[in-house]
Design a protein around this ligand. Structure first.
Ligand SMILES: C[S@@+](CC[C@H](N)C(=O)[O-])C[C@H]1O[C@@H](n2cnc3c(N)ncnc32)[C@H](O)[C@@H]1O
Length: 248
């Protein structure tokens, strides 16, 4: 329960912004769902709730274990017919999902780890139909600089600040992080028009978990604070992740 509460504070804003963007999409079949591709969708944390809302979701992910969990989760929710898991890599996306086949593409927490982010963005653009929506969630460099400094790892904070990939050293498990100017330029190069940029987890990773878990009302207050700060330019720049909605 506690875990779920903390997770929902972290993902609520992304889900809300995504649903607003999807609600604005016209559907080929009125009353029917949209065609959605979730690249690196893993165990279906976003894909399955979207299927519950009636959308057809294809999850492309290289991990067979994640796809097995996705299948179980979809079955538990009674939406197996609307969720398709396909084993594969970002580079293979157009061949696996089909060019111009999707009304929306999700790429949450994946661009950081693919071999070639530029190629992955181009692949996502080719899978989207004209006017289709991209929901992109990426790790932000500034947050790790702050986190390493607050933890007393000052040299690593300085390295992350200056490293082209925003990494704090050779043992940093994250292959790359982004900043807003860099990722929006990459999106423009791949043919996307950026509509909104939100900061996600601006405070959620800084406020002590024990306080949020034990203090009545703290989780709701934290969610409200996150919402208020998500579009504030100064605080957005410190968020752990950036959530970007763009169209092709
Ligand atoms: C941090 S998880 C994010 C999962 C999900 N998108 C979410 O937000 O809950 C990263 C996912 O990317 C997948 N992944 C790793 N390398 C990938 C690649 N080259 N192409 C596509 N997906 C990849 C992993 O298997 C994993 O499921």
């Amino acid at each position: 329960m506690v875990d779920r509460r903390r997770r929902s504070v972290r993902t609520a804003l992304v889900g809300e912004a995504l649903r607003v963007a999807l609600a604005g999409r016209s559907r080929t079949d009125p009353g029917g769902g949209l065609d959605i591709v979730d690249l690196g969708g893993g165990t279906g944390g976003f894909a399955v709730p979207l299927a519950v809302e009636g959308h057809r979701v294809t999850v492309v992910d290289p991990s067979p274990d994640a796809l097995a969990s996705l299948e179980r989760r979809a079955s538990d929710e009674g939406v197996s017919k609307l969720v398709r898991g396909v084993q594969g890599d970002a580079a293979e996306l157009p061949g696996l999902a089909g060019e111009s086949s999707a009304d929306a593409v999700l790429c949450h927490g994946v661009l950081e780890v693919v071999d070639d982010p530029v190629q992955a963005l181009q692949a996502m653009a080719s899978v989207l139909r004209e006017g289709g929506v991209l929901s992109l969630l990426v790790a932000q460099r500034n947050a790790v600089v702050l986190a390493r400094a607050l933890a007393g790892h000052l040299a690593e904070a300085r390295i992350a600040l200056q490293d082209p990939d925003g990494r704090w050293g050779a043992t940093d498990p994250m292959p790359r992080r982004f900043d807003e100017a860099g990722i929006t330029a990459q999106l423009a190069d791949a043919g996307f028009m950026v509509h909104t940029v939100h900061g996600v987890r601006t405070f959620a990773d800084l406020v002590p978990a024990a306080f949020v878990d034990s203090e009545p009302g703290a989780a709701d207050s934290l969610a409200e604070l996150e919402r208020a700060a998500s579009q504030h330019p100064a605080f957005r720049a410190l968020a752990t992740q950036l959530h970007i909605l763009a169209t092709r």
